[in-house]
Design a protein around this ligand. Structure first.
Ligand SMILES: O=C(O)CCC(=O)C(=O)O
Length: 259
């Protein structure tokens, strides 16, 4: 399964221009043979939180028609990073996932909002895990700050996820945390982690890039730099998760009664 992360700079508060950027990267990735294409967190609005009332996507209609059309056109799965999704006056930070025929087959709203970036003042948290299948492999989504909550990641893995997608807008000043937490989540859950970060700056932060694809043994199989827009790809074998789980059977050795 060839997975490609589109690591790009996101223009602050400009969904229309960002759709043009996403179009270029998705088209390029599809032409290069990607089967699954992953976008960064809030790739439509960036962290322009104060203007979300104006620029958030009502019921995700713009993103749905845009991403669904591209998934169908190129016959690829799209894990649509996340968008600012408005419904009934509330905005969530929401991942939309599309099948090769353009069907919306997964939706996840970020459960842990980052106080450090005032996210909880403007965004409503989700409370549900979300699973979707990619060619019969069970997958799940997390968004950025969610990776600091190992209980939440363990829950989605216990529910069956073997590939966990993590779109992000992770700042450079905590890039060590980014790499360490993602690697730990892969090792402790014996799953693939596919993490797509943005590069560039907004008025408050410079972002780390360093998108990563990590296998269930904790090996980094592909990594991007911090400064360039790029497509980061790896061919992954979802069966490796079962192999690692049978070699070190942590799910059989867990002592659930203790914790
Ligand atoms: O946890 C962090 O240090 C960064 C998280 C973040 O940037 C986000 O959730 O958007």
């Amino acid at each position: 399964m060839k997975i490609t992360c589109a690591q790009f700079d996101v223009i602050y508060g400009n969904p229309e221009e960002n759709r043009k950027k996403a179009l270029r990267w998705i088209t390029q990735a599809a032409e290069d043979g990607a089967e699954v294409i992953v976008l960064p967190e809030l790739w439509d609005t960036a962290y322009d939180l104060e203007r979300l009332g104006e620029i958030a996507d009502t019921e995700g209609r713009n993103a749905i028609s845009f991403l669904s059309g591209l998934a169908k056109k190129h016959h690829v799965h799209i894990v649509g990073g996340s968008i600012a999704y408005e419904k009934d006056g509330k905005v969530s930070n929401t991942m939309l996932v599309f099948d090769r025929d353009g069907t919306l087959n997964g939706q996840y709203s970020k459960a842990h909002l980052i106080r450090l970036m005032n996210e909880e003042k403007f965004i409503t948290a989700g409370s549900e895990t979300a699973h979707f299948a990619i060619d019969d492999v069970q997958c799940a989504g997390l968004i950025c700050y969610d990776i600091r909550f190992p209980e939440w990641v363990r829950k989605i893995v216990l529910e069956g996820a073997k590939i966990v997608f993590v779109p992000a807008q992770w700042p450079i000043q905590r890039d060590k945390h980014w790499r360490t937490l993602l690697t730990a989540r892969a090792i402790e859950n014996q799953c693939y982690i596919v993490a797509c970060n943005r590069i560039g700056k907004d008025p408050a932060n410079t972002f780390a890039g360093q998108s990563l694809i990590i296998d269930p043994w904790g090996e980094i199989v592909a990594e991007a730099g911090s400064h360039d827009e790029t497509l980061l790809s790896a061919d992954i074998d979802p069966a490796l998760s079962d192999e690692v789980r049978s070699r070190i059977p942590i799910f059989e050795d867990r002592r659930e009664n203790l914790y």
